[in-house]
Structure formats: C-alpha cells, structure tokens
Design a protein around this ligand. Structure first.
Ligand code: GA4
Length: 327
C-alpha cells in the first residue's frame, strides 16, 4: 500500500473517533466450549453483543501458526505477483478496494470461495506463487473451523431451546452452503497523520463469522448504545460474530454485530475469518419454533441468494437487514 495515495475515504468517517481512542472491551463474554453452561452463555452473549470469544476450543496452535506464516509469505511477495491473484471479483487477491461499490480500506486480502456452485478459477491463481502447502494449510484450517462453527451453531440452537439441535448447523453442513474464507492483512500505518480505517463498519451477512487474528489490536465492535469498543487481541482464541442471517432467523433475538478494523500504527495485523453461510436457495426467515403465540415476523422472507445479491449491491456500511424489515 502506498502511503502517498491515501484517499480521503480511508480516514475514519466518525468524527467522535478521530481524536479519542475507544475504551477497551473488558467484559467480552468468554465461552469455554467444554463448560456445561456454554449454550446459555452463548445465547446471552449473542443477544447482548452479537459477539463472544471462544477459549479452550481444541484447535491446534501449530496448524494456525503454519497458516499464518504462509499467509504472511504471500503478502510479502512483490506487488505484481500478488496482483496476478486479483482482482477479487469476487474471489482472489484484493488491495484497498472492498467489494465493488467504492469502499476502500488500509488493507490487503485474500478471498476464497467455498461454495461449490460458484465457479472460481481465481482460486487456482491464489496459490500459483506459493507452494502446495499453502493450499493444504488453507483446506485443513477450513475443515476444522467448519466443525467448530457447527459446534457453536448447535450450542446456539440448544441454548434457544430448539428441539433439533442441528437446525442451524445442518444449513452449514449442506453440500452447497455458500461460505467464504478471508485473510486480511493490515500493514502498519506509521506515517499516517490521521487515523485510517482498515475495514469500515459493517455487519456480516452470513449466519456467523469465526475470526482469529495475530496479537495486533484493531478490531472494534459497536455496542447496543452505539459506542465503539476495542477488542483486546488474543491470538490463542477465536472470536464469533453473529451475522444478519441468524438475526433474521431468531426474529431479532440475536444481534448482528456492527464491527470495523482500525490499523495499528506500528504492527501489522493478520486476521483469518470463516463466514458460515447457507445454500443459495435456503430461505432466511424466523424459525417457527421460536415464535411465541402472538409474535409476528419482523422481516420479509427472502432466499440467501436474494439477500446476498442485494447486500453486494450496497455499500459496506449500509444496513442490510433494514432493507428486509416489514413495514
Ligand atoms: C462483509 C463480510 C465478508 O467479508 C464479505 C464482504 C463482501 C466483500 O468483501 O466482497 C462485502 C461485504 C461482506 C458486505 C457488503 C458488500 C459485500 C463488501 C461489500 C461492500 C466477503 C461478505 O460476504 O460480505
């Protein structure tokens, strides 16, 4: 990323943010997956924050460290080599531009398509400059994160008192589930005179997102009252965001959390996020078993295909769910 061409858009838009650092989120809900209360704590955290941290998840730190090293190798190769794996339309290597509606950030990234229905020849070029072990590490990581995501989704269903505990997880296990894996690299922004934005505020459209980052800060989440708080980095844990799809499926009980990333001035941040989505033809609507007697759906029924298409036509910060609210 070239420091000389920082556009106005990269500056943090929120005036209350530019001069003061948001407070640290000290009470981030921590879930130990082996704890018998995990399901209750996950539901509480999903309602209150739409965000929580997974500890004692059982995923090998070696696997993570290997993938992190390979990803850093990729981001360190010459720009023209990286560009051969781009542009991310919608999968591949991207730099600065996010999506296709004019959003920008102080970021480089790799987007992997995990939906067998979407043909993505670019997936091959991502690995072109890299040894076969990069592909293997990505595949292995995705397979363990998918299992972890299913575990979380099952605890969510159980905690909500849904009889079939695989209600959400079976949507992810579906052979045509539309998932994405993303590696984000935020170079340090030491020369910047003003606070830059790495990844602008947004919610994730899928069911849940499972994030792991190195030990560099940057992630911020927006609380219910609208205040932004920084999430202390923790490279041994995973962070889970509730996405738009689960907010709709729970008729608003779970909150799709607004979040953003502000790059560090002196250290680079690397995060890897697995977005657990559903198949294109699945309907997004509140689960009938969750609706109490008089309760009415807050949202218009929509397929994931329609929801995703509409989302991708709007700016990053747009309120996607609001587009599907019943009047
Ligand atoms: C946000 C969550 C995931 O990173 C992502 C993003 C996608 C993209 O980078 O292409 C989008 C964004 C995300 C939602 C609105 C549109 C599409 C950028 C953007 C401006 C891969 C996804 O699925 O939705």
């Amino acid at each position: 990323l070239s420091g000389s061409s920082i556009s106005q858009q990269l500056l943090l838009p929120n005036p209350c943010m530019s001069n003061n650092t948001p407070s640290l989120l000290n009470e981030i809900p921590e879930i130990d997956l082996a704890d018998p209360h995990a399901k209750t704590l996950i539901v509480k955290a999903s309602q209150e924050f739409g965000f929580f941290k997974l500890v004692k998840h059982g995923i090998s730190m070696d696997l993570i460290a290997d993938l992190e090293a390979l990803a850093l190798n990729f981001f360190a190769i010459p720009q023209d080599h990286k560009d051969r794996a781009g542009p991310p339309d919608p999968f591949g290597y991207g730099s600065k531009n996010i999506g296709s509606n004019g959003d920008v950030g102080w970021i480089e990234y790799l987007l992997f398509n995990l939906n067998p229905e979407v043909v993505s020849p670019k997936s091959l070029t991502i690995f072109q400059e890299n040894p076969e072990n990069f592909r293997c590490a990505v595949e292995e990581y995705i397979s363990v994160i998918k299992k972890l995501s299913c575990q979380v989704l099952e605890l969510m269903a159980e905690g909500l008192g849904i009889e079939e505990k695989n209600t959400f997880s079976k949507l992810l296990r579906h052979e045509k589930s539309d998932c994405v894996f993303r590696m984000n690299y935020y170079p340090p922004c030491e020369d910047a005179e003003e606070q830059l934005i790495g990844f602008g505020e947004h919610t994730d459209p899928q069911m849940i997102s499972v994030l792991r980052s190195n030990n560099t800060s940057g992630l911020q989440i927006c609380l219910k009252d609208g205040t932004w708080v920084s999430v202390p980095p923790d490279n041994t844990s995973f962070f889970v965001n509730v996405g738009d799809t689960i907010q709709i499926m729970t008729n608003g009980r779970f909150k799709s959390v607004k979040h953003r990333v502000v790059p560090d001035t002196s250290r680079s941040r690397l995060s890897m996020i697995y977005f657990a989505g559903i198949a294109f033809n699945e309907k997004i609507r509140p689960l009938p078993c969750l609706m109490t007697n008089q309760e009415r759906s807050l949202y218009k029924e929509v397929t994931w295909f329609e929801f995703k298409n509409t989302s991708f036509k709007h700016r990053l910060s747009s309120n996607r769910i609001a587009l599907f609210l019943k009047s």
